[in-house]
Write a protein that binds this ligand. Structure first.
Ligand code: MG
Length: 170
């Protein structure tokens, strides 16, 4: 059984993951409205993955006899001024999420809560990947430039991304 304080922290994280999902869906809709179907696909996969993150935490709460309390999901930005700004916001957002995950990890260590620590290890690794992929795409945008051809090439390769269910849910 996890502590009450930990239950609250994980509950907050579930809300944050659902907000992330909502943010990426909004980014996907924004890209789609500009005819950038590949970029829209990349963010759509993000939206699915964020829901997986919430689901992993929700299942963990159930395993610990803890009740998940769903909260209101705050609104999100609806328009971005460029493709680059979409990915800059993604990287900023993922860095914030990493900090939240690290706080839960720190709390688990303080409480000698090995079960939560173990679960958080998966999230720590996941955040390394999240930050790396946003940062890699930003590097590609720098190389390709903001030309029509650049946007076209990026859109083509981001169209290839496919959703794969998060490993802890398999
Ligand atoms: Mg996440």
């Amino acid at each position: 059984m996890i502590s009450k304080k930990m239950q609250i922290a994980i509950n907050e994280q579930i809300n944050a993951e659902l907000w992330s999902a909502y943010l990426y869906l909004s980014m996907s809709m924004c890209a789609e409205s500009h005819g950038l179907k590949g970029i829209a696909n990349w963010f759509y996969v993000q939206w699915l993955e964020e829901q997986d993150h919430a689901r992993i935490l929700q299942k963990y709460m159930v395993s610990q006899n803890a009740r998940v309390i769903l909260k209101q999901i705050d609104g999100v930005t609806v328009d971005w001024k460029s493709v680059k700004s979409l990915f800059e916001d993604t990287l900023d957002h993922e860095r914030n999420v990493s900090a939240m995950i690290h706080n839960i990890m720190r709390q688990a260590k303080e409480e000698n809560d090995y079960a939560t620590e173990n679960l958080m290890l998966w999230f720590v690794e996941e955040q390394v990947e999240e930050e790396e992929s946003a940062s890699d795409i930003l590097s590609d945008i720098e190389i390709l430039g903001d030309s029509r051809y650049g946007k076209f090439s990026l859109d083509k390769y981001l169209a290839e991304r496919k959703y794969k269910m998060a490993e802890p849910l398999e």
